[in-house]
Design a protein around this ligand. Structure first.
Ligand code: FAD
Length: 380
């Protein structure tokens, strides 16, 4: 579909990412997934594309400007690569950069942001706990003030990039029950009282490292409080919007890749003396896939336009996230069907994306929570 919002700068940015990923990632995705890891230098190479620098001043290593259409383009290309695990781990820094840029003190920003944006060091965001992820306001990890230090106790679970990360943004309870008692903290991996263990054997994102984090009388400087005490919940919710928009763009890219794979396979595969693509049932599946892809694309463009005005359309971003994940679920399932038995074998993009659909429907705010937030935002 023609993108009415494309211009020379956006096209050049998109093309540079596509060119890099097609040459340096596409050929290796399967091997990295099977190995459960990717070469460490990919962190620096992907960061060098500038995909994480939006809305971050140049003095910290950022791009010094923002453009939601370019953010979208980077997500689409990452999705199209079908390298979900790699993108999740390298991308884990992206979901902690906004609070770090906006809320950390200047010493931390100047020291840490260039390390994260260059890919030399990794970062992760710790919100979810073993007791639950959807009900953020109910988190149990605590931070108590002791002189000029904060002392953290508790656990965080499912933390993407958590084994590699040197720096963390962590939510913890500083006050009473509910959303008004939560604050955000900057924690470094070498702090005494901090430890982590890997979460192995995930359904998808095999190449990514996922961790459980432990805080046992973990002492950090008072200056590591990010933003105002007890105001962390609002910063967490605000931060989710960026993550959800970017995930939606990735889901569009994953869907586009599935469509392309299906067209290629169905053109080549013969059944009942003609190419699969000449059977009407298959053609209709492709038509439906294409319509859903166009709808996701158009919706993302519309939301990108709103974001570029400086607004944060929470209801639309929530709708976008569950709209894209439900469409991706359908498209991935139909793609598997078109591939038949071949799709059931490991080592192809259709099978890989199929097992990575669910994390898109759950992580960063599940479909149910996105629907809840949508109607709440509508005042219903
Ligand atoms: C691979 C992976 C990577 C992740 N990376 C990170 C990360 O980097 N950082 C981080 O902080 N978290 C991360 N998460 C956690 C993720 O955000 C949570 O899994 C998600 O928010 C859901 O929380 P939960 O798993 O605890 O499910 P729960 O909150 O226990 O919910 C279980 C189910 O019940 C539904 N549900 C819950 N409440 C309601 C309700 N009121 N009405 C209807 N249905 C409801 C949910 O939608 C879900 O389907 C990751 C998760 C995965 C799987």
């Amino acid at each position: 579909m023609i993108n009415p919002f494309e211009n020379e700068q956006r096209r050049a940015f998109k093309d540079s990412i596509a060119k890099f990923l097609e040459a340096e990632v596409w050929p290796h995705v399967d091997a990295w997934d099977e190995a459960g890891a990717y070469p460490h230098e990919m962190n620096e190479k992907i960061c060098a594309l500038g995909v994480f620098g939006f809305d971050i001043p140049e003095e910290y290593g950022g791009l010094g400007f923002d453009d939601a259409h370019m953010r979208k383009a980077s997500g689409v290309e990452m999705g199209r690569s079908s390298a979900g695990g790699l993108m999740a781990s390298v991308g884990s820094r992206s979901i902690m950069l906004k609070p770090l840029t906006e809320l950390a003190n200047d010493e931390i920003r100047q020291r840490v942001l260039p390390e994260l944006l260059s890919g030399r060091k990794g970062g992760a965001l710790g919100i979810t706990e073993p007791g639950g992820g959807s009900d953020v306001a109910n988190m149990k990890t605590t931070a108590r003030k002791d002189g000029d230090e904060w002392v953290l106790n508790g656990q965080k679970m499912f933390i993407t990039g958590g084994m590699q990360a040197s720096y963390f943004v962590i939510g913890a309870r500083t006050g009473g029950d509910g959303m008004g008692g939560i604050s955000l903290f900057f924690v470094e991996a070498d702090t005494p009282g901090f430890s982590r263990t890997p979460i192995e054997r995930k359904m998808g994102w095999w190449a990514s490292d996922t961790a459980t984090l432990y805080f046992d009388e973990c002492r950090i400087p008072a200056a590591n409080l990010m933003g105002e005490e007890h105001k962390g919940f609002y910063a967490i919710m605000n931060n989710f919007n960026n993550e959800r928009f970017w995930m939606a763009a990735q889901m569009l890219g994953m869907s586009m890749r599935l469509f392309d794979e299906c067209v290629a396979y169905a053109t080549d595969r013969q059944t009942f003396n003609k190419p699969l693509i000449k059977h009407q049932v298959i053609r209709h599946k492709l038509a439906d896939m294409s319509a859903k892809i166009d709808a996701m694309d158009a919706y993302l463009n519309q939301v990108a336009e709103i974001i570029n005005t400086g607004d944060t359309p929470v209801a639309e971003i929530s709708k976008l996230k569950f709209f894209c994940s439900t469409n991706l679920e359908w498209i991935a399932s139909e793609a598997m069907q078109i591939f038949g038995g071949a799709g059931y074998l490991r080592g192809n993009a259709v099978e890989r994306i199929y097992r990575e659909v669910k994390v898109q429907a759950i992580g960063g705010g599940s479909q149910e929570i996105m629907r809840d937030l949508t109607v709440k935002q509508m005042g219903l």
